[in-house]
Design a protein around this ligand. Structure first.
Ligand code: BT5
Length: 264
């Protein structure tokens, strides 16, 4: 797969949701690699009906259309590929601000600052029913990355105070959104290309482990049919989280998770 396929970038001043837009485009047969970028979303969505907040013009709000041809139990790696591309972009732009400026991956779908605040959320949505015969399943992966908002906790609604953070807070200065977008699009090519081979997927999983702040931490895992606590010990090559729950090893699939929270 060529390294740079993300050149069809469609920009919106305002849209309901870039994920919704690309899912509709996928149904209409759009090819892999289309990118939708919005200055503002009126109905930005998170997982399980949750909403994504961002004022106009401050943050990165984008989705990419992939057709990765992954087996069902590997699909979470598409989310991981986009997460790692965002990590690469943040490394490239924010590293000069010092080692504290890096972000970690909180399994399954968040990027967090050193202080644990969420600086990005990722939402993968697939529409398997719409797949045309012979064409790989579309997966739309959207990311909301807090670039310049919030500037401080005062900017946040009460429920996000102490929870949400931004790159601007991490580096102590405004971050160039366009430069970050360019770095993210450049990183997406190799990261998504890696999904196509076993060796590439193993490399993605290894990079994910290296940046995953959930590993080694006590966690409480909320599933639709109950909760359990334990210590996160590994991420499998398919991107699933392995948790040692009191001597019993449980493998958690991203799609089944309502929340993974710090335990205790
Ligand atoms: C996510 O869901 O974190 C996935 C968010 C994906 C947003 C992108 S923006 C571009 C694309 N188009 C869309 O319509 N969506 C994608 P989840 O893990 O369910 O987390 C949602 C929760 O994060 C909310 O319930 C809030 O508690 C919190 N939250 C909302 N906005 C936030 C923000 N800007 N920063 C940090 N946390 C936020």
């Amino acid at each position: 797969m060529p390294d740079t396929v993300f050149t069809d970038v469609r920009r919106f001043a305002s849209i309901d949701s870039t994920n919704r837009y690309l899912l509709d485009e996928a149904r209409a047969g759009a090819p892999a690699g289309v990118v939708a970028v919005a200055d503002h979303q009126t109905a930005g969505r998170g997982r399980l009906g949750r909403t994504w907040e961002a004022p106009a013009g401050a943050n990165l709000l984008l989705s990419v259309l992939l057709r990765p041809g992954l087996a069902p139990d590997q699909r979470h790696l598409a989310t991981s590929a986009v997460a790692l591309a965002a990590v690469d972009a943040v490394d490239a732009l924010c590293a000069p601000a010092g080692p504290g400026a890096g972000v970690g991956v909180k399994w399954p779908n968040d990027l967090v600052a050193r202080d644990g605040r969420k600086v990005a959320g990722i939402l993968a949505e697939a529409d398997l029913a719409s797949t045309a015969p012979g064409s790989p399943d579309p997966v739309v992966v959207g990311i909301g990355l807090n670039v310049n908002w919030p500037a401080s906790d005062d900017d946040l609604p009460p429920e996000l105070r102490g929870v949400a953070g931004s790159l601007r807070q991490m580096v102590g200065a405004e971050v160039d959104r366009e430069a970050l977008l360019a770095a993210l699009l450049a990183a997406l090519g190799p990261r998504v290309g890696a999904l196509a081979t076993g060796a590439g997927r193993a490399r993605l999983a290894a990079d994910l482990r290296a940046r995953c702040v959930t590993l080694g931490a006590p966690v409480r895992v909320d599933l639709a049919d109950g909760s359990f606590t334990g210590t996160a010990t590994d991420v499998t090559d398919e991107g699933h989280l392995v948790v040692d729950a009191g001597g019993v090893t449980r493998t958690v699939v991203a799609g089944d998770v309502i929340h993974v929270r710090p335990a205790g």
